[in-house]
Design a binder for this molecule. Structure first.
Ligand SMILES: C[S@@+](CC[C@H](N)C(=O)[O-])C[C@H]1O[C@@H](n2cnc3c(N)ncnc32)[C@H](O)[C@@H]1O
Length: 440
């Protein structure tokens, strides 16, 4: 049986799309939970459902534009089940090569019936067959006449986001980022160099059936593809690598922690940067990795155990609340703060639809609240590392400017915006500030 006959797989896709677009779940979490649950599915079915869920979400604005061109009932007026069935079928018809149009249409109609929408069978069939017949002749907004609408529809980005990036970075950079987000990337992992050499890990992974290539940009990184379920690999379970983008590794490296340092990471879960920093300290010094909830702290602890890190401990603490016990105690404070996450749209497909201008403003306020405390924990002569996985200036450069104005004792040693696709896959911001000794 080929994947195109699998109504059940498509029904699983439908349920994930409903969870994400109707119930507000995050796509990467919904997908991971589903793949954990359906481990018995064949590898190609799991690959098919991942591809259709991710593709339908990442092209949602363009897909809605296509549906609205051919349907009298507009997408926003449709019942959520019908809307999701149509979206995933249009993704298969317009963006996937391996699925015959007739199969995508027939399976969508069957699914509508199965979910109790007998009366809408004809509607689903009519819209999809019309799209399949005319998909090569759709008229999109023109780049020169309507640049914002063009970028929004072609690259499936909300218009407010396109406007913000166009204002902050210009049209050319905005389009480059949009392309990078839609470019398929292999999984990037960091080698646990405390436990295994690069060549040994490459050999191990290849023996487990994984395709591996070396990352020229970063010595400790490898690119993986062709695997089914990463968490099931023995090499993963033994903690020989950690899934982490190169931009995130760069941020951890920029902390410049030395072997005997005391490092305080205020927002550490699931532990990517803390663990890398601890490994660079070769089992010496101390890394205290904090996060807001016991569940998040559990994730850090799991990774400490799996990667067998000896110089690191996890703690539950709210970074908004000043902890006097840490005043001027840390050589390095890492503030990798909650942010709008717009640099990782390529991996977390639905972030772009969930973020708003209002939420961005709330995040800037939260970041400043935490940064005020972070500054106070740094020893005179110590380092504050501020990073985010976003490309929004108010959360990045403007926060650093605000810090410099509020705390003249901070000297900005480094500040860089890494754009999506530039160094790693993700967009990232990192700033390193030194606290002057004269302010002891
Ligand atoms: C960008 S993530 C951190 C990623 C982590 N540094 C890594 O490299 O794996 C931000 C983290 O901040 C945590 N967080 C949010 N609000 C917080 C607060 N008030 N206090 C402490 N942690 C908080 C979130 O739970 C989330 O795990």
């Amino acid at each position: 049986m080929t994947v195109t006959d699998k109504t059940d797989t498509r029904e699983i896709v439908l349920d994930i799309l409903l969870a994400v677009t109707r119930d507000g779940e995050y796509s990467h979490i919904a997908l991971k939970n589903t793949l954990d649950k359906y481990q018995y599915l064949e590898k190609r079915e799991r690959a098919f459902l991942t591809k259709v869920v991710e593709g339908t979400l990442e092209y949602q604005i363009r897909i809605d534009y296509i549906i609205n061109t051919f349907s009298n009932t507009k997408v926003h007026k449709m019942k959520p089940v019908i809307r999701c069935i149509l979206r995933s079928a249009v993704y298969q018809i317009c963006f996937l090569d391996g699925v015959p149009d007739s199969a995508a249409c027939n399976e969508a109609v069957k699914l509508a019936k199965k979910r109790g929408f007998h009366t809408l069978k004809g509607f689903v069939n009519g819209v999809l067959r019309n799209i399949a017949r005319n998909k090569e002749n759709i008229t999109y907004p023109e780049k020169e006449k309507e640049p914002v609408a063009y970028l929004s529809v072609i690259y499936s980005l909300p218009e407010w986001l396109v406007r913000q990036w166009k204002d902050e970075y210009g049209m050319e950079r905005t389009e480059q980022m949009a392309v990078a987000f839609l470019t398929e990337q292999p999984t990037t992992v960091r080698i646990n160099t405390e436990r295994i050499t690069k060549q040994e890990l490459i050999d191990r992974l290849q023996s487990e059936g994984v395709r591996v290539s070396e990352a020229v940009q970063m010595e400790d990184a490898l690119f993986l593809s062709g695997y089914d379920y990463l968490n099931k690999l023995k090499s993963f379970q033994e903690g020989l690598f950690y899934v982490q983008d190169i931009s995130s590794m760069t941020a951890a490296k920029e902390a410049g922690a030395k072997e005997q340092d005391v490092v305080l990471d205020l927002c550490a879960a699931p532990g990517g940067k803390s663990i890398y920093v601890a490994q660079q300290m070769h089992g010496k010094g101390r890394v205290i990795a904090r996060d807001l909830t016991p569940q998040k702290v559990f994730l850090i602890e799991e990774n400490i155990r799996r990667c067998q890190v000896s110089n690191m401990q996890a703690e539950c603490a709210d970074a908004r609340i000043f902890d006097a016990a840490w005043e001027k105690k840390a050589d390095v404070v890492i503030a990798d703060l909650p942010c709008s996450g717009l640099g990782v749209i390529g991996r977390k497909k639905d972030i772009k639809y969930k973020m708003t201008v209002e939420k961005e403003a709330e995040l800037v306020a939260l970041q400043r609240e935490i940064l005020k405390n972070a500054v106070r924990y740094v020893k005179p002569g110590g380092t504050l590392l501020y990073s985010t996985c976003t490309i929004h200036k108010a959360e990045n450069e403007e926060n650093v400017r605000w810090l410099s104005e509020q705390y003249p004792e901070l000297e900005v040693e480094l500040q860089k915006q890494i754009f999506p696709g530039e160094e790693g896959n993700d967009g990232f911001f990192v700033a390193r500030m030194k606290k002057g000794k004269k302010h002891e």
